[in-house]
Ligand binder design. Structure first.
Ligand code: HEM
Length: 202
């Protein structure tokens, strides 16, 4: 992705004051995960395909739950990430000649349990972390993976606005601090999952 493409994406949306607070309050966690060896190796092209494939299998249940809650009636199906992830998983299963699902390595169980008990507003923390990760960082990662259907969007600027708007609808003086905390917890759960995959999957 060249610099113009990146600017085009970053300027897709004019954040309101709550989105700005959210970005500031979660920047440290974002930068920590961006520098995790899992993503460092992925960016360097040295992460084994099998680890990336089990990463997809582990995050799929989260995407499915978020979509059931918030995106069941969308007209633009290109924001339905689980469909794309399943396509990527099928390709990795064929490439690696083994069935890739989360029955062998399941490191997102606690994450899923945590998600289920949250109220609707704070469930949007996942919409924020996962969808924006795919829409921003994903545009860099897309070139580093063999199958990156997950990072393809029909109209990225429009899709960013759509997801951002859904998140902002629930952000106000009463919710913002807890929302920031919830996003930081999501980053920790995500970190736990990738650390285990990085260490144990082979
Ligand atoms: C691994 C390489 C990654 C790169 C290169 C990267 C890069 C970026 C960039 C350039 C932005 C836009 C920043 C801006 O608007 O100024 C962004 C935003 C974001 N990224 Fe990442 N990212 C990466 C990984 C991740 C991961 C693994 C996650 C989640 C687990 C993530 C979650 C997010 C979120 C939630 C935002 C939106 C921040 C906001 O504007 O509020 N990123 N990322």
């Amino acid at each position: 992705m060249n610099i113009f493409h990146l600017i085009n994406i970053i300027t897709a949306y004019k954040p309101n004051k709550y989105s700005k607070l959210l970005k500031e309050g979660t920047k440290e966690a974002h930068d920590l995960i961006e520098q995790h060896p899992f993503f460092r190796d992925l960016l360097n092209g040295t992460l084994p395909d099998v680890k990336y494939a089990y990463y997809l299998a582990n995050i799929l249940p989260i995407y499915e739950l978020v979509e059931q809650e918030f995106l069941s009636n969308v007209t633009d199906k290109s924001v339905l990430q689980s469909t794309k992830i399943k396509k990527d998983l099928e390709n990795y299963s064929n490439l690696l000649n083994r069935k890739i699902d989360n029955s062998t390595y399941n490191y997102s169980f606690a994450w899923v349990m945590y998600f289920k008990q949250k109220s609707r507003t704070y469930k949007k923390a996942e919409l924020y972390v996962r969808w924006l990760a795919d829409m921003y960082g994903g545009q860099v990662l897309k070139k580093k993976v063999k199958y990156g259907e997950k990072y393809k969007f029909k109209n990225l600027r429009k899709n960013i606005k759509f997801i951002r708007k859904m998140i902002e609808e629930d952000l106000n003086d009463d919710t913002i601090q807890k929302f920031i905390e919830e996003v930081n917890i999501v980053y920790k759960l995500h970190n736990f999952t990738i650390s285990h995959i990085y260490q144990y999957v082979e």
